[in-house]
Design a protein around this ligand. Sequence first.
Ligand SMILES: NC(=O)c1ccc[n+]([C@@H]2O[C@H](COP(=O)([O-])OP(=O)(O)OC[C@H]3O[C@@H](n4cnc5c(N)ncnc54)[C@H](O)[C@@H]3O)[C@@H](O)[C@H]2O)c1
Length: 416
Amino acid sequence: MSAAFEKVAIIGLGYVGLPTAATIAARGIQVLGVDVREDVVGRVNDGGTHIIEPDLDIIVHSVVSTGKLRAIATPEPADAFVVAVPTPASREHKPDMRAVEQALTAVAPVLARGNLVIIESTSPVGTTRQAAEQLRGLRPDLSFPDLAPERADVMMAYCPERILPGNTLRELTDNDRLVGGLDQRSAERAEALYATFVKGTIHRTDAATAELVKLTENAFRDVNIAFANELSLICEASGIDVWQVIRLANMHPRVNILDPGPGVGGHCIPVDPWFIVDQQPKLARLIRTAREVNRTKQEHVADRIQRTASRFRDPRIALLGLTYKPNVDDLRESPAVAVAEKLIAAKAGQLFLVEPHLSGLPSRFNGKPGVHWSDLGEAIMEADIVALLVAHDQFRKIDRRLLTEKILIDTIGLLR
Ligand SMILES: NC(=O)c1ccc[n+]([C@@H]2O[C@H](COP(=O)([O-])OP(=O)(O)OC[C@H]3O[C@@H](n4cnc5c(N)ncnc54)[C@H](O)[C@@H]3O)[C@@H](O)[C@H]2O)c1
């Protein structure tokens, strides 16, 4: 086994894969970026990016022009293969692992002795072991570490990603990293790969532990946000200001309650806890309940707006913010979008949608009756009800005097 990595293939060039590919290429290692989408392959080979992430375009342009990063549609031989493809949940909240399985099927024909296969996609416990079984079925001529620990032809590890979109390039290198090997030798080899670009500490463990750690991190966030969201419902029913309760409770030296909001969005926190619930339905009671509390919070917000609107003959409602979190343009699993859709379905009134991080009305709202794309000033002027859904910086500067004649539903406590 050679210590150096001459060529690394990254399978899946999305929010995780492309920054990882570019970062490794910037260290002088030859990187093959593999993606099933032709447009993505073409865009990267032109030195461009299809995702918005600060400075990513600069680094991709640089490593493509020096020939260190090349995008392709089908894997070619390499020393290491890193799988970073999507792992969504189905409607029934079951992990959809088809992209991982397809990626491994595509890698199998070019696998060789001494290779390292890493899964970075967020995955249920046991995925790396199953991946070894799948590869063995496709390549019976090779041995894998689940059945041949410390002496397998191919090494395999699970190495979860913890980046925060918007700060990906810095977090890719600065965050601590977890490498979970199917055996010790695989963990050491994976550590050697990450050591080429990670400045944070690299922690070695086994694959199943690493798989569960990733899910645990997001389930922890979900449970803690659910506590704040449940408290906000209790306070609302009791006529008590939840923000004051939290501020005062947090003066206790060992209490740190998070901020409530209209729900939980993004493609990780609302999805990953289900992977634990799916595997341990009888045991994961708190984790399941947290998911339900956070999901039903968005319904509660929509109901509250609708109830308020029903007091008007021709209700006009401004919804401030559509993205899943402040100061980004990402709508994935956004509670604000869910609130808007519920109000549209209920024909709650004229809706004035405001989203300063998008250039136009998202296509899902095109042609919906009573939906208007507005700027902040117009929406506030037109509306009877102003619902604050996302804590964008722009909304902090709202002139409170404009709201004196309005009913304000501040789900994030921004203007408290
Ligand atoms: N985005 C994040 O902040 C983040 C953070 C931590 C973990 N994750 C996890 O990382 C994984 C990837 O997430 P992402 O946000 O980068 O996804 P993404 O949707 O941005 O990108 C995935 C890419 O994989 C490609 N792809 C799909 N199937 C493929 C296949 N069989 N072969 C090659 N390419 C294929 C897609 O075309 C797409 O370009 C997921 O499991 C996600 O949960 C994401």
